[in-house]
Ligand binder design. Structure first.
Ligand code: NAD
Ligand code: UGA
Length: 464
């Protein structure tokens, strides 16, 4: 089966970049990305390609090349479903905030809505691809909904989890370590559907890097991959605390351990804690699934990764207060970086939100600078916590457009995102304009201790 028309439901951090790359690499396939969020679609269609809603290095160039040729963004979900031979579901699957599984299980209401909409619109056979990260066995629920429409349309359901990381999405999509496709390997129709998706990716991914498995393995592999990655960060962060007590240096430890080829050097960077929309949500989801099968030890094991991460964020903020003579009340603290990592404007679950909240509880005055995050987003993140009112947050927090302005007259600086530009700042000038002693807390191990101490900073970094 040759795919001519693809529809992707969800124009977010995954749907947008993934479909842009498919459209670029498969110019003969029409790709329509749809979303119920009109504002988001309007931004994707903005004539000024730099105004697309997601900042990812290299993305605007691809959108510029493919948009209007074979890449389209629309709010007309039904017509895109109707035309498509293959439909990717790439909607959000956040942690449930209500009812059974509150605070743990994935909220699948958007997924189910998509399935029902596909079921009601489809007039011919379609392949439905789970692109969102989903609990294992979700495909069975989708199939139930799709197969009960009574209109004779046949659906094949594939699982094709996405492994891109934000900030490097384009590169990850163009050169993936692997592409994973799960499907019904026991039937001819299932195999045909898998082949159709394989042939899309094979336009640019070497065939040996495209793995095909049964649906359940594919669904579970995605949760497992994120759990393993997050676990590495929590493992090195646990060691960072021990390093601070013992005179060991976490970077030296990470290098020594990472050179063991069985461990490997990547993803061993100690930090103020991992953020992002997925690690926490996916591990909580895994914990919930394990608990629902009565696997308490499995659940406890993975839950510890989250506990460690929460501890890391809290202890970083607590350490700031402790070093500043146990009070930050009325002190001006500059936060450099709000995004959950560099090269993205995404702030979901960013450690900066929690560190700032802690400091505000201690009555600090916080000034924030981030090169890509808007003021509106910063207040929305703080308000979402519900710790204090919008007015109070706005009274205690100021968002500025330059790092120099953020640091002016401050008692302390906390570097919370590893933006490259922070390395190049005029740190002598910053020091000059601060109150003394001038505290500098590096939550990313971005800055060089020696030169900062030579300037005169009271310098503290995670892990030594
Ligand atoms: P997102 O919130 O950025 O985008 C989801 C979009 O889906 C939103 O724009 C929303 O309006 C839209 N949507 C929701 N319901 C809809 C419906 N019924 N019809 C049309 N549009 C609808 O989310 P995201 O970060 O792109 O994540 C999507 C999925 O991919 C999640 O399951 C996530 O776990 C997974 N994932 C994310 C990343 C990442 O780096 N962000 C990486 C891999 C996997
Ligand atoms: C992560 C995974 O890396 C992707 O493979 C996956 O597709 C994605 O989640 C997802 O499912 O959403 P992402 O969250 O975008 O990608 O970014 P990462 O690079 O994984 O970073 C996550 C967090 O961990 C960031 O806050 C980062 O600063 C932190 N981190 C990462 C560390 O503190 N130390 C490290 O060594 C690596």
């Amino acid at each position: 089966m040759k795919i001519k028309n693809i529809c992707c439901i969800g124009a977010g951090y995954v749907g947008g970049p993934t479909m842009a790359v498919i459209a670029q690499k498969c110019p003969k396939v029409n790709v329509t990305v749809v979303d119920i969020n009109e504002n988001r679609i309007a931004q994707w269609n903005d004539p000024d390609v730099e105004k697309i809603p997601i900042y990812e290095p290299g993305l605007s160039e691809i959108v510029k090349e493919a948009r209007g040729r074979n890449l389209f963004f629309s709010t007309d979900v039904e017509s895109a479903i109707d035309k498509a031979d293959m439909i990717f579901i790439s909607v959000n699957t956040p942690t449930k905030t209500y009812g059974i599984g509150k605070g743990m299980a994935a909220d699948l209401k958007w997924i189910e809505l998509c399935a029902r909409q596909i079921a009601s619109v489809a007039k011919n056979d379609k392949i439905v691809v789970e692109k969102s990260t989903l609990p294992v066995r979700t495909a069975a629920a989708l199939k139930d909904i799709l197969d009960n429409t009574g209109n004779g349309v046949r659906f094949q359901i594939l699982s094709n989890p996405e492994f891109l990381a934000e900030g490097t999405a384009v590169d990850d999509l163009k050169n993936p370590d692997r592409v994973l496709i799960g499907g019904d390997i026991d039937t001819t129709e299932g195999k045909e559907a898998m082949d159709a998706l394989v042939s899309i990716y094979a336009s640019w991914v070497p065939r040996e890097n495209i793995l095909t498995t049964n649906v359940w393995s594919s669904e579970l592999s995605k949760l497992t991959a994120n759990a393993f990655l997050a676990q590495r960060v929590s493992s090195i962060n646990a060691m960072s605390e021990l390093c601070e007590k013992t005179g060991a240096d976490v970077e030296e430890v990470a290098r020594a351990v990472g050179m063991d080829s069985r461990v490997g050097p990547k993803f061993l960077k100690a930090s103020v804690g991992f953020g992002g929309s997925c690690f926490q949500k996916d591990i909580l989801n895994l914990v919930y699934i394990a608990k629902s099968f009565g696997l308490e030890e499995v659940a406890d094991y993975w839950e510890q990764v989250i506990k460690m991460n929460n501890h890391q964020k809290r202890r970083f903020a607590a350490n700031m207060v402790r070093k500043m003579y146990n009070t930050v009340s009325g002190k001006k603290i500059a936060i450099l970086g709000w995004a959950f990592k560099k090269d993205t404007n995404d702030t979901r679950e960013s450690a900066a939100i929690y560190v700032t909240d802690y400091l505000l509880n201690e009555q600090a005055e916080v000034v924030v600078y981030d090169p890509k995050v808007t003021e509106e987003q910063i207040f929305s993140d703080l308000n979402y916590l519900g710790t204090r009112s919008d007015e109070e947050n706005r009274r205690m927090v100021t968002v500025v457009n330059s790092p120099m302005e953020a640091c002016q007259d401050s008692h302390a600086i906390a570097v919370l995102t590893e933006w490259d530009e922070f390395k190049e700042l005029d740190w002598k000038e910053i020091y000059k304009n601060m109150l003394k002693p001038a505290f500098l807390f590096d939550g990313r191990r971005l800055l060089d201790r020696k030169t900062k101490e030579e300037i005169g900073f009271e310098f503290y970094a995670i892990g030594n």
